[in-house]
Design a protein around this ligand. Structure first.
Ligand SMILES: Nc1ncnc2c1ncn2[C@@H]1O[C@H](COP(=O)(O)OP(=O)(O)O)[C@@H](O)[C@H]1O
Ligand SMILES: [Mg+2]
Length: 250
């Protein structure tokens, strides 16, 4: 096997008395697509925050391409090629949609390349918005983010990630708050990104869509990993079914 692109080793996070993530370990090979599922409050977003540097772990390690990044700040992880979307969208609300993408396009990671010619960034931003389904010849890309419906803001999250040309793309419930047709429009894009070799972590409640992308899944419950394997297999697991009981999605 190739060297893992990501190694998560006994990651643990406690908030006061609450154990949000407890001793979670897994490896990710380059090009894999890992699904993370589990009931609300089971620690999925906290795990994403630990991998991306938005919270510091109580214990454990994160290694990216063989380099320990456990204590690296979030922006430095972005520079290494890790991009994430937020479950609770975080656009610059006062900026037009396309201007939201100018900021990642100025990052050192991609800035030199796309900034070569003046005006190039606007063009790249428009193209990215088109890719996630913004109507190109409409006013939508020029509207301030605060005026856009939620489904657009979720897709803006994806476009912001793609602007960074990530090696590891982490999507935290990207599809929640999207209409069926919005989901249907971005799913082939994510499949294409996976086929191009980008490694993906996908936290997702929509299992049918998750199965289209993920080759492997882990299941969290009360901060612990309770199952790991092929997505269809973990879903059939008795313990997993019990964890999901009472949840609206399974
Ligand atoms: N910043 C925080 N401060 C205190 N508790 C938190 C914080 N973030 C998450 N938690 C708690 O950690 C647990 C896991 O939350 P979260 O990772 O958001 O779960 P999920 O994404 O699976 O719904 C929950 O009990 C949540 O209330
Ligand atoms: Mg969450």
């Amino acid at each position: 096997m190739a060297n893992p692109i990501l190694q998560v080793d006994h990651l643990t996070k406690r908030f006061g008395g609450i154990g949000a993530v407890y001793r979670i370990s897994f490896d990710l090979q380059p090009g894999e697509a890992l699904g993370i599922i589990g009931p609300n409050g089971s620690g999925k977003t906290t795990l994403v925050n630990l991998i991306t540097g938005f919270v510091k772990p109580t214990a454990g390690r994160v290694t990216f391409r063989g380099r320990e990044i456990t204590n690296l700040p979030a922006y430095a992880r972005v520079e290494l090629g890790i991009a994430r979307s937020f479950q609770m969208v975080r656009p610059f609300y006062n900026l037009p949609a396309f201007k939201n993408l100018i900021i990642p396009l100025f990052s050192p990671r991609v800035g030199k390349r796309v900034g070569g010619k003046s005006g190039n960034r606007d063009e790249v931003a428009m193209h990215l918005l088109e890719e996630v389904g913004f109507e190109r010849d409409s006013q939508v890309p020029y509207k301030v983010a605060s005026s856009l419906p939620h489904g657009y803001l979720k897709r803006l999250e994806l476009a912001r990630c793609l602007a960074l040309e990530p090696e590891l793309l982490i999507l935290d419930e990207l599809f929640s708050g999207m209409s069926m047709s919005e989901v249907a429009s971005v799913l082939p894009l994510i499949e294409k990104i996976r086929e191009q070799g980008t490694t993906i972590i996908m936290v997702e409640h929509r299992l049918r869509e998750l199965f289209r992308i993920a080759n492997r899944a882990i299941v969290l419950n009360f901060g612990e990993k309770i199952a790991e394997g092929k997505p269809e297999e973990v879903i059939a697991d008795e313990q997993v079914r019990k964890a999901y009981l009472g949840s609206e999605d399974a």
